[in-house]
Design a protein around this ligand. Structure first.
Ligand code: ZN
Ligand code: MN
Length: 480
């Protein structure tokens, strides 16, 4: 018999807000001393009242709209009770009865073609703290820096049926949420974590099999291996009766390449969800909703299409720039000033990206003023600044956002001089200093001239039109 795998995902993404979800503590405490980003509210002290961070609701809405969800205009918070040392209040404030976004759809593409994955809901909630186990002292410590860091949990319908689809789905979520600047979604940084719900059934059947859940998966490779392992385990149990499948939570051991039973699966009833009387319902009026909708970016594929068809970029160039919304915005601003899309794309792909790499910055971290870049590109194409000097200016622009290219060029002597007299003088000096290169050139070695050309360029500090220098140099040597 042939089987199909049925997979639903619960994906937790840490929102990129500055502060936590219900207090003003910083949400960024990575690498900080334990328990230094905490206050009575996020430590669950009795009597403290939470206040919803508006930015979290903004981001929840944006995520919902990017994933084609319906936004609940009245969205409420609920208590999810469970007892664990990393949860100081013994309940998580989350959304159960009226999550911010419901009924979405995400389109993915795999080798099998396109497919729509339905989103059941997106809810906003607080993260828990971290337990730090000290093996030498045989003790466990609790770090509350991460408690109440805002998360969204994206719950899909069980519409995924292979590891390849899961990978495509996660990549798509990451691309869309990053485009909206809502979340970083980097599994390696723990800003995206994934629970995999999986069952197996005979192909064509519409009845779901016994479902198991693997929690807190944090790499796509591990998820893919876990899905393959679990699928094989389920089929083996069904076909050969090797074990009785039960609904449970399992732990994936990536080193052993196996999953282990952890605990029998909780049902919603175990959590005793009830409306949190301390958090007021959030009412999203038209003005708020419209402002969020107006702030949404175009989708990556819309950008790519626009860049190739309207601006004439190659598929490769369009794809490179569309990788990040920050690159797109910088490119579009640069183009609006310099008026040459191909030039702007070249500068983005060669110089801007290599500056980011050299600074170990991701594309999304780009804050370069695109309009200033456009001005710089115009200076080069207008033969006002040489390319080598323009790279120095760009470098300065990365170091200091206040650098104005034309002003910086003037202050640092980077403006190409129209003084042909100076150029002639330099050519004469350099040619006389290297009679061998001149003889080689006249003897047919065209490349021999490059050494002299380079020395002239250096002497002129790069401030000359390369084409003019070349022409003048050849004319002068030929006249000897
Ligand atoms: Zn706090
Ligand atoms: Mn959750």
């Amino acid at each position: 018999m042939r089987y199909e795998t049925v997979i639903g995902l619960e994906v937790h993404c840490e929102l990129a807000t500055d502060s936590k979800i219900f207090c003003s503590c910083s949400a960024h405490s990575y690498g900080a001393e334990p328990n230094t980003h905490v206050c009575p509210a996020c430590c669950g002290m009795p009597g403290m009242l939470p206040i919803v961070n508006k930015r979290v609701v903004d981001y929840g809405m944006k995520a919902g709209l990017m994933l084609n969800c319906h936004i609940n205009r009245v969205t409420t918070f609920d208590k999810k009770s469970y007892y664990y040392p990393d949860l100081p209040s013994a309940y998580q404030t989350t959304q159960w009865f009226a999550p911010v976004a419901v009924n979405g759809l995400v389109e993915i593409e795999t080798s099998e073609g396109k497919k729509g994955i339905r989103i059941k809901q997106i809810h906003m909630e607080e993260d828990a703290g971290k337990l730090v186990h000290d093996i030498r002292e045989d003790t466990t410590h609790v770090d509350f820096n991460r408690t109440s860091v805002p998360l969204i949990e994206i719950v899909s319908q069980p519409d995924l049926s292979s590891a390849e689809e899961v990978e495509a789905y996660l990549e798509r979520l990451k691309a869309l949420l990053r485009y909206a600047r809502v979340a970083e979604c980097e599994m390696a940084h723990g800003t995206m974590r994934c629970d995999v719900n999986l069952s197996v059934r005979p192909e064509g059947s519409d009845k779901l099999g016994v479902r198991t859940e693997m929690k807190n998966m944090n790499s796509i490779e591990a998820i893919k291996r876990a899905i393959e392992y679990e699928t094989a385990r389920h089929i083996d149990a069904i076909e050969n009766g090797t074990e009785v499948l039960v609904q449970e939570t399992r732990r994936w051991d990536d080193i052993k390449g196996k999953s282990y039973a952890m605990r029998s699966k909780e049902t919603a009833g175990d959590y005793r969800y009830f409306p949190d009387p301390n958090v007021m319902p959030v009412v999203i009026d038209d003005e708020w909703f419209d402002s969020i909708q107006a702030s949404l970016p175009e989708f990556p594929e819309v950008k790519r299409e626009k860049y190739t068809t309207e601006l004439g970029l190659s598929d490769y160039d369009a794809e490179q720039i569309a990788k990040s919304i920050a690159l797109c915005e910088c490119f579009e601003d640069a183009y609006s000033v310099c008026g040459n899309a191909k030039d702007a794309a070249n500068w983005m792909i060669s110089e801007v990206m290599s500056n980011l790499n050299a600074r170990q910055m991701t594309y999304d971290m780009l804050t370069l003023d695109g309009k200033a870049l456009g001005e710089l590109i115009s200076l080069v194409s207008g033969n006002k600044v040489g390319r080598a000097n323009a790279k120095k200016i760009l470098n300065a622009m990365f170091d200091d956002a206040a650098v104005v290219p034309s002003k910086y060029a003037e202050e640092n002597g980077f403006i190409i001089s129209n003084d042909t007299g100076l150029m002639d003088k330099v050519i004469k000096t350099m040619v006389e200093a290297d009679p061998k290169a001149v003889a080689d050139y006249k003897g047919g070695k065209e490349k021999a001239i490059m050494a002299i050309y380079g020395k002239c360029m250096k002497e002129l500090r790069g401030n000359c039109d390369p084409q003019m220098l070349r022409t003048k140099l050849i004319e002068y040597i030929n006249s000897l």
